[in-house]
Design a protein around this ligand. Structure first.
Ligand code: ADP
Length: 648
């Protein structure tokens, strides 16, 4: 037996391992199993180049728990280690055995995992003692037993071991007794090892029989060794992709909309499958995240720094040995490979969407509502994606017809260009609430878009800013009279003087139900159209949009705090209003004004409208009612007043 100290520069590496190295204790299992799989893959490589002769036999990696001895064992039938190798690879931990191997078998090493740094030593995070029993594949090799109790001292001796390979035995610390529970270990294996390339067995298969769980003879295999992303796209059918989706997310019952198979080997190595889910709510997004693998070893589902943010809405897997692991998040962001990967994925996703769009526009349109949020998010946050997506991002009108922005602009250009050359696109976010406005727009031969998505307002602003001629405007159908929204040369005019209109305006303003309403509603007189409502509400597009956008953005709370405000338009083109105007009485008043520093009296004509209060109140209420803003007591008063009016 030999004794020695583990060759590290610092006095004692173990407290460091325990406390600081890994905040996630559970990854020790991933590390040990990765080593076992690695050793197995190496054996296969050696066999394929003829350095290991004969049948390799059973290559399963087995994980087992001994509750009495309080041990957890990971066993493999891989290449094993000689005493020299244990000394070199385990005792001299600064030395990376993987690196040497990779250099030797450069072009055969795709499947070799060498990424996890201090892998083996992570076992000490949860163990008070770790033992290695190993028998190398080399001819005449002697088995070795290594043991260490979590301090720099170890023992190493010859031992007897019948089968080639390595057993790592962990004597689990009392405070980590959860790692002696079947359920915990099975859970971790399912999380980290589900798609490893070598079969991982844990206990026996179980089955429910007569209300009881019984163990079968068959071993319980945790993983699928050939997950879909490692196979050639040409070998896979749509059903295979769907099946794999459910393997990835067993709790997801909905089918994905479509998938993208990623496969690059230059300038970095990356495979994977991304799925477009039906995004119903934010909840789905957070539950099924993209999983990141490194040579089929699960690494994380925190991929925020590796794929662009909007792509995190997708589901699926990315597998790349080129993504540096176990490094800080900020480092990841600045890593060149990571940047390239992110750019590549963006391009691939955009190209696939374009391909789907071109192949079958109708089919694409059918899926649009489900993928819209994702695409809009991408367009708003990634310039490169915007450039591609603008050619397949769709708008939907109230008839349920879809078109790209360019197509739509061409369709409505003739009717909806105003006298100043602005192309005005009308939209609603609530067709029921805006019914009367929509009818008026349609009567003029205009088209109305449905924009009820969470990101629509942002996208409209973006499209306006991107419009080269700066002449594109999106306006919500209730933001002004339709005549004002799309101003034409032959606009209707009224014949009233400014004073007369002011009298009319005041008469309405004075009868707004409460002081609060006087702040909320700005009364204006305008000649809309004879067949429009006599009085109606509009809401300024700019103010409303700022308010809506501030709900999503920081630093815009100023707008968010503003109360909702509306215009109450008194339509002087309407016969009822003309009737009222005719009843105005005028008088001449002397008014003191300052002119060039001197006080002067000016004679002014002032109009008043008296004795029409009930009618005016009724008209105001009709406008409020038409916009869904007449409620409670005001609504009751309106109803009673209506009955009185009918009673004559
Ligand atoms: P890494 O795997 O990153 O090299 P580890 O500390 O996990 O770091 O392992 C160090 C070395 O020990 C490995 O490179 C390998 O040569 C050897 N080793 C560890 N576990 C096994 C095993 N189960 N079978 C054979 N060799 C192993």
């Amino acid at each position: 037996m030999s004794k020695g100290n583990i060759g590290v520069t610092s006095d004692n590496i173990f407290p460091v391992i325990k406390k600081f190295l890994y905040s996630d204790h559970e990854i020790f299992l991933r590390e040990l199993i990765s080593n076992a799989v690695d050793a197995t893959q190496k054996l296969k490589t050696l066999s394929s180049v003829g350095e290991v002769k004969g049948d390799l036999g059973d290559l399963r990696v087995r994980v087992s728990i001994d509750k009495n001895k309080k041990t957890l064992t990971v066993s493999d039938h891989g290449i094993g280690m000689t005493a020299e190798e244990v000394d070199k690879y385990i005792n001299q931990i600064a030395f990376s055995g993987a690196e040497e191997f990779v250099n030797k078998y450069k072009d055969k090493t795709e499947a070799i995992i060498g990424h996890f740094g201090l892998g083996f030593y992570s076992a000490f995070m949860v163990s008070k003692k770790v033992e290695i029993f190993s028998l190398s594949y080399q001819e005449d090799a002697k088995a070795v037993h290594w043991s260490c109790e979590g301090d720099p001292e170890y023992t190493m001796e010859e031992t007897i071991k019948a089968e080639r390979g390595t057993d790592i035995v962990l004597h689990i610390d009392d405070e980590f007794s959860q790692y002696l529970e079947d359920a915990t270990i099975e859970g971790l294996l399912k999380k980290y090892c589900k798609f490893l390339p070598v079969e991982i067995a844990f206990g026996k298969k179980k089955e429910w029989k007569d209300g009881k769980e019984v163990e079968l003879d068959e071993e319980n295999i945790i993983n699928d060794v050939n997950p879909a992303w490692t196979r050639k796209p040409s070998e896979l059918k749509d059903e295979d992709y769907d099946k794999f989706y459910h393997e990835l997310y067993p709790m997801q019952f909905e089918e994905p909309l479509f998938h993208i198979h990623l496969n690059v080997d230059y300038p970095f190595n990356l495979t994977g499958i991304l799925y477009f889910p039906k995004i119903k709510s934010n909840l789905d997004v957070h539950r099924n995240k993209i999983q990141l693998y490194c040579n089929q070893v699960y690494v994380t589902d925190e991929v925020e720094n590796i794929v662009p943010e909007y792509l995190t809405l997708l589901h699926g897997v990315i597998d790349s040995p080129d993504i540096p692991l176990n490094v800080s998040r900020s480092y990841l962001q600045s890593d060149n490979n990571v940047k390239k990967i992110s750019g590549y994925i963006t391009k691939k996703v955009a190209d696939k969407l374009m391909e789907l769009y071109k192949a079958d526009k109708e089919e694409f349109a059918k899926k649009w509502d489900d993928i819209k949020m994702f695409i809009q998010f991408g367009m708003l946050t990634d310039e490169k994606f915007y450039e591609k997506a603008k050619d397949f991002a769709l708008l939907k009108n109230l008839d349920g017809k879809y078109a790209t922005l360019d197509e739509y602009k061409a369709q409505v250009k003739d009717a909806q260009t105003d006298k100043d050359g602005n192309l005005v696109l009308l939209y609603t976010n609530d067709p029921d609430a805006h019914y009367t406005y929509i009818e008026r727009a349609k009567a003029k031969g205009y088209d109305v878009l449905l924009m009820d998505g969470e990101l629509d307002v942002h996208c409209m602003s973006q499209a306006e800013q991107k419009a080269e001629d700066n002449k594109l405007r999106f306006v919500r159908i209730d933001s002004d009279t339709i005549e004002n929204l799309i101003k034409k040369e032959d606009q209707a005019k009224d014949t009233y003087s400014a004073e007369q209109k002011e009298g009319l305006r005041k008469a309405f303003e004075n009868l707004l139900p409460s002081a609060e309403d006087k702040l909320r509603y700005t009364v204006t007189c305008e000649a809309a159209a004879a067949d429009a409502l006599p009085v109606f509400l509009t809401q300024n597009e700019f103010m409303r949009r700022m308010k809506e956008m501030s709900a999503h953005q920081q630093g815009m709370s100023f707008y968010g705090q503003m109360p909702d405000s509306y215009n109450l338009v008194v339509n002087t083109a309407h016969p009822l209003i003309q009737e009222l105007a005719a009843k105005e009485s005028s008088e001449q008043v002397n008014e003191e004004v300052e002119k060039d520093g001197k006080k002067e009296t000016e004679v002014k004509t002032v109009y008043k409208l008296e004795g029409e209060d009930e009618k005016i109140k009724q008209l105001i209420d009709i406008a409020l009612l038409a916009s869904g803003q007449l409620k409670g007591e005001a609504l009751a008063k309106f109803v009673n007043r209506s009955v009185d009016l009918l009673n004559g």
